[in-house]
Design a protein around this ligand. Structure first.
Ligand SMILES: [Zn+2]
Ligand SMILES: [Zn+2]
Length: 569
C-alpha cells in the first residue's frame, strides 16, 4: 500500500465554479476513488483560495468586508461539492488559522535560509483611491499579445505572467484613473538560485507529462527570475518580515502551501504524522490543475519545497488539462456563457450523470467543448445503452433464468474464455490509464468492456441456450455476472451512487471495499451466490431534452438565484 497526497487546484472563491473549473476537482476525486479502490493510502485535500486582489475588488464593488464575502461563498461551495460527491479528506480555506500559521513559518524559514530578499520598487499608485495597484487592481494592454484588458499579474488571453509595470496604457480598475508611480519596499523569492536544480529535476522526471515539461521549458528559456511575494493590499496573510507592516503575502505563494497545511491538519486530526507522508520518499503527490496553473505547480511549488531544506517529496504527477469550452466559447461570468455547478444539478439532478459526462469530455489532449448534444449522447448512448443495459440484461437473465442464483459453470467453450481474456486486457489498460491520471482514456476502457459484454451476450444468446444447452448458458452467465461485478468496480470512481446501487443488487454489501478493484475480473461471484431483483441503474434523458434544454436552463437560473449567497447573484 503506497502513500499518496492528492490535491485539486484551490478554487478561487470570487465566484462559484462553473463546469470548466469543476473538471479539476472532479478529476482529482475520480483519481482518489480509483487509488483507494486499488488499496492505496490517500490524503485528498483542497480548499477555498480566498485572499488577494480579485476578492478585494469584488468585495469593494459590493461594499462588503472581504471576509463576509468569502465566508458566504466558501460555505455555499462546500455544500455544492458534497452534492457532486467530492470525497475530500479535508476541504479547508486559506483564512483558517492552521494555514496562516503554516505559511508564516514556511516563509520565515525561507527567509532565514537566504531565499528571500527585499528591494525598493516603483509601483503604480492610484492618486484618487490612494492605494497601490498590484495585480488585478490594474488593467491595461498586454505587451505580448495586445489584449486590451490584461491584468497586472497575468494576461487572460495569452496566459503570460506580467508585472503591473509591463502593461501599456494602465488604468485603476476602481476609478479608471491613470496611475502615478511611487516607491515601495517588497520581498522576493529568489527563484534564480534554483534554476539549475529545477531544470535537472524536470529533465529527469519520469511521471510528469510532456505537455507540462514543454510549458515549463518555455518558461525556463527566459530564465528564472526572483518573484515578488508581498503585496500592498490589506486582504491576505500579513507578511511575517521586519518592516513589512501593512503588506500581505502574495496569494499565489500562500495558496500553493495549502496542500501542505491542509494535509498536516488532516493527518494530525486522525493521529498521523505529517512528516511520515511529506518527508517520505515513497509518498507520491499528484496535483490536478488547468494548464494556466502549470508554472506554479511544476516550477514554483517544487522550488519552494527545495528551498525549505526539508526533505519534502516533490510533485510526482502534475495532471494538467487543456481548457473546457462551452458550446465553442470560453466560459464567461460577465457574458453569462456556460453552466455553473449549482445550475447543472437543477437541470439534471443526478451527480453521477454529470461526473460521467464531464470525465468523458475531459480535455486531456486538446481544448474540448462541452455541448448539450454530446452530454445527451453520453448519458443516453454510453451510460444507458452500453453500460446500464448490459448490466441489467445480465442480472435479469440470472434473476429470471436461474432463480436469482449465480449458475454453476459446466461447459466452458473457448469463445467464453477468449471473451474473459479480452475483458481482462481492457481492465489492465484501464488500470494503467487511471494511474497515469488519463481519466478520459480510462473511461474509454470501461465502455470497451461494456461493449465487449454486449457483443458476447448477443453472440452467445443465453436466453436461447437456457432451453437448448443449459450447461453452456450457465457457464456464459457465470462469466458475465463476474464481468458485471468488475465493470461496476471500474465504474465506481466515476459514478459512485449508481455503483453502490449495483453493489447492493449483487448482494455484495453497500459499496466496494478498498482493494477490491484489484480483483475486478477474478470470478469472485461463486455458483449459488444470490442476487436481488435487478432494476435499471440509469434513466435516459427524455428524447426532447435538447429542445427543452434552454427552458430548463432559465428555470435553473431562477432557482439558484434564490439560493446563492447575496453577493454572487
Ligand atoms: Zn496577452
Ligand atoms: Zn483609482
Amino acid at each position: 500500500m503506497g502513500k499518496w497526497i492528492v490535491g485539486a487546484a484551490w478554487p478561487y472563491v470570487n465566484t462559484i465554479p462553473h463546469l470548466g473549473t469543476m473538471i479539476q476537482m472532479l478529476s482529482a476525486d475520480v483519481f482518489v476513488r480509483f487509488l483507494k479502490l486499488m488499496g492505496e493510502d490517500v490524503v485528498f485535500v483542497s480548499g477555498s483560495d480566498e485572499h488577494g486582489t480579485p476578492i478585494e475588488v469584488e468585495a469593494r464593488i459590493r461594499g462588503v468586508d472581504p471576509k463576509a464575502f468569502t465566508d458566504a461563498v466558501h460555505n455555499y461551495v462546500i455544500n455544492l461539492f458534497n452534492k457532486w460527491l467530492i470525497d475530500f479528506s479535508l476541504y479547508t480555506r486559506t483564512e483558517s488559522e492552521h494555514h496562516k500559521e503554516f505559511v508564516r513559518e514556511f516563509m520565515d524559514n525561507l527567509y532565514k535560509r537566504g531565499y528571500i530578499f527585499s528591494k525598493i520598487m516603483v509601483m503604480p499608485y492610484c492618486p484618487r483611491d490612494k492605494i497601490f495597484l498590484p495585480d488585478r487592481f490594474i488593467e491595461g494592454i498586454c505587451p505580448i499579445c495586445g489584449y486590451e484588458s490584461a491584468r497586472g499579474d497575468q494576461c487572460d488571453n495569452c496566459g503570460v505572467l506580467l508585472d503591473p509595470t509591463d502593461l501599456i496604457n494602465p488604468r485603476c480598475v476602481f476609478c479608471n484613473s491613470r496611475p502615478i508611480y511611487k516607491k515601495t519596499k517588497h520581498w522576493f523569492f529568489d527563484l534564480s538560485k534554483l534554476e539549475t536544480e529545477i531544470k535537472e529535476w524536470l529533465l529527469n522526471h519520469k511521471t510528469i507529462g510532456e505537455n507540462v515539461k514543454t510549458y515549463c521549458f518555455e518558461w525556463l528559456k527566459r530564465g528564472l527570475k526572483p518573484r515578488s511575494i508581498t503585496r500592498d493590499n490589506k486582504w491576505g496573510i500579513p507578511a511575517p518580515f521586519k518592516e513589512a507592516e501593512g503588506k500581505t503575502i502574495y496569494v499565489w505563494f500562500e495558496a500553493l502551501l495549502g496542500y501542505l497545511s491542509a494535509s498536516k491538519k488532516y493527518l494530525e486530526s486522525i493521529g498521523k504524522k505529517f512528516e511520515d507522508y511529506w518527508f517520505n520518499p515513497e509518498t507520491k503527490t499528484a496535483y490536478f490543475i488547468g494548464k494556466d496553473n502549470i508554472p506554479f505547480h511544476a516550477i514554483i511549488l517544487p522550488a519552494m519545497l527545495m528551498a525549505s531544506g526539508e526533505p519534502y517529496v516533490l510533485p510526482h504527477r502534475v495532471a494538467s488539462t487543456e481548457y473546457l469550452m462551452f458550446e465553442g466559447q470560453k466560459f464567461s461570468k460577465s457574458k453569462r456563457i456556460g453552466i455553473w455547478i449549482d445550475e447543472a444539478l437543477k437541470i439534471v439532478n443526478d451527480p453521477d450523470y454529470w461526473r460521467f459526462a464531464l470525465i468523458r469530455m475531459r480535455p486531456e489532449t486538446k481544448d474540448t467543448s462541452f455541448t448539450w448534444r454530446e452530454f445527451f449522447r453520453i448519458v443516453n448512448n454510453e451510460l444507458n445503452d452500453d453500460i446500464g443495459n448490459f448490466i441489467h440484461r445480465v442480472l435479469s437473465l440470472i434473476y429470471r433464468g436461474f432463480n436469482g442464483k449465480v449458475p454453476k459453470p459446466r461447459n466452458i467453450l473457448d469463445i467464453d474464455r477468449e471473451f474473459l481474456e479480452q475483458v481482462k486486457k481492457c481492465y489492465e489498460e484501464y488500470v494503467v490509464r487511471m494511474y497515469n491520471a488519463e481519466l478520459k482514456a480510462g473511461s474509454e476502457k470501461i465502455l470497451e468492456i461494456a461493449r465487449l459484454g454486449n457483443q458476447f451476450l448477443n453472440r452467445r444468446a443465453p436466453w436461447k441456450l437456457i432451453k437448448q444447452k443449459p450447461s453452456e448458458a450457465a457457464s456464459v452467465l457465470h462469466i458475465l455476472v463476474n464481468v458485471v461485478r468488475g465493470l461496476v468496480l471500474c465504474l465506481t470512481p466515476l459514478t459512485p451512487n449508481a455503483a453502490s446501487k449495483a453493489w447492493v443488487m449483487l448482494k455484495l454489501g453497500n459499496k466496494p471495499k478498498s482493494n477490491e478493484l484489484k480483483t475486478a475480473f477474478d470470478l469472485i461471484l461463486k455458483p449459488g451466490h444470490e442476487i436481488l431483483k435487478p432494476s435499471p441503474l440509469f434513466k435516459k434523458l427524455p428524447s426532447d431534452f435538447l429542445k427543452l434544454v434552454n427552458e430548463l436552463i432559465s428555470r435553473a437560473r431562477n432557482e439558484v438565484l434564490k439560493e446563492r449567497p447575496e453577493f454572487v447573484k
